[in-house]
Design a protein around this ligand. Structure first.
Ligand SMILES: Nc1ncnc2c1ncn2[C@@H]1O[C@H](COP(=O)(O)OP(=O)(O)OP(=O)(O)O)[C@@H](O)[C@H]1O
Length: 370
């Protein structure tokens, strides 16, 4: 049993600053949960509180159903993997992985089996005699993960473990950590500020902001149904486009908005809590905008002039200024169908079922998908 349950968790540092403001979260046995959020939002502090490396000011932490607030870190049944690897430089890879087990009094033959098994899983058996200085960054991180695996923890904690690796190695290690989770089926909590890592690794993602949770959900729930402007803007590259708008009419299935250039946009969203005349934000992702050669539709279109096109190889992002508005809009186009080029003038179509509406406090209206 290795659920982790946080109830009203609060953290004050000694200088009196409160950085975690009452977090409630249930992490299920065997689940892979990613904590994501901008720098300083408190995700590492919360992970360290779970690990026992930071004290808990208020609330309750239970691990496997047992109150853990005051249990010593080594007795919590957790293993943590750090960004800095934290390997002992004077020890070989084998010794680094065996150290904690020997310290715990495990017999030499059992230590040998545990280290060889973990080395096999991580494909580092040929490196066991080397010192950390003779390894690449990716190999060092594998050793750090191996050191965690040999302890057979109930819960793995990862604190930005891939941040020091170059882009291609990060992708490879990301796959390996996913595979590891599939194989071990152990509860894993993973902290990152990288939304791609969060989207690809997490069964559930917890989005933090300023010491609060903004939303918890599966990657697709968060991507397709962000609860508010913060989550909508945080997940996805390029960022979701936001355009200021005014409510013209609203109902349980549709909101009609007027943009500042006068264009009307119908959004398939539950808007009956909105007031007519309310200032809201219309959100639409770059990949959901439809390029339209002729301006035949009556609504849901804006006229633009393309300022810049960024080529990404398989796709490109065009950044365009909307006629009669201050705002720029990003449009993602696949290389096969890309038609927008710098300085092009054209009209874009914003499909009603792709439009998100955020009220004046930033909260999302529920989208209606059919
Ligand atoms: N020992 C400390 N004393 C006072 N404030 C601290 C201390 N450690 C961290 N903080 C503050 O707590 C807040 C949360 O920090 P934390 O490291 O948890 O953020 P984070 O989301 O993990 O950010 P990053 O991605 O940059 O590591 C920050 O405002 C930070 O300045």
């Amino acid at each position: 049993m290795s659920q982790v349950k946080l109830t009203n968790i609060v953290k004050h540092f000694d200088d009196g600053t409160e950085v975690i403001h009452g977090i409630n979260l249930d992490i299920r046995d065997g689940e892979f949960v990613v904590f994501v959020g901008p720098s300083g939002c408190g995700k590492s502090t919360l992970l360290r509180m779970i690990a026992g490396l930071e004290s808990i000011t208020g609330g309750e932490l239970t691990i496997g159903g047992k109150l853990a607030n005051d249990i010593a870190p080594a007795k919590r049944g957790l293993a943590m993997v750090f960004q800095s690897y934290a390997l002992y430089p004077h020890m070989s890879v084998y010794e680094n992985m065996a150290f904690g087990l020997k310290l715990a009094g495990m017999k030499a033959a059992e230590v040998e089996t545990a280290v060889q098994q973990a080395a096999g899983i991580l494909q580092i058996a040929h490196l066991l005699k080397r010192k950390p200085k003779d390894l690449s960054g990716g190999q060092r991180q594998r050793v750090a993960i191996g050191r965690a695996i040999v302890r057979k923890p109930e819960v793995f904690l990862f604190d930005e473990p891939l941040s020091n690796l170059d882009a291609s190695l990060r992708v490879q290690m990301r796959l390996e950590i996913s595979r590891l989770h599939q194989k071990l089926k152990t509860t894993m909590i993973y902290v990152t500020h990288d939304q791609v890592e969060a989207m690809t690794l997490g069964e559930r993602i917890v989005v933090f902001n300023g010491g609060y949770i903004e939303q918890v959900g599966s990657p697709l729930e968060l991507y397709d149904h962000p609860a508010n402007l913060f989550v909508a803007g945080f997940l996805g590259a390029p960022k979701m486009n936001f355009l200021p708008a005014q409510v013209v009419s609203n109902s349980a299935t549709e909101v009609v908005l007027k943009l500042s250039d006068g264009a009307l946009v119908h959004a398939a969203a539950q808007g009956d809590a909105l007031a007519v005349g309310e200032q809201v934000s219309l959100g639409i992702r770059a990949e959901h905008i439809v390029l339209k050669a002729a301006a035949t539709a009556e609504t849901n279109q804006v006229n633009v002039k393309v300022v810049l096109v960024e080529n990404l190889g398989d796709s490109s992002i065009a950044y365009a200024r909307i006629e009669g508005m201050e705002e720029m809009i990003a449009i993602k186009q696949s290389s096969e169908t890309a038609t927008l080029k710098s300085c092009d003038v054209g009209s874009l179509y914003l499909p009603a079922n792709r439009c998100h509406v955020f009220d004046s406090s930033g909260r999302a209206c529920k989208r209606i998908l059919n």
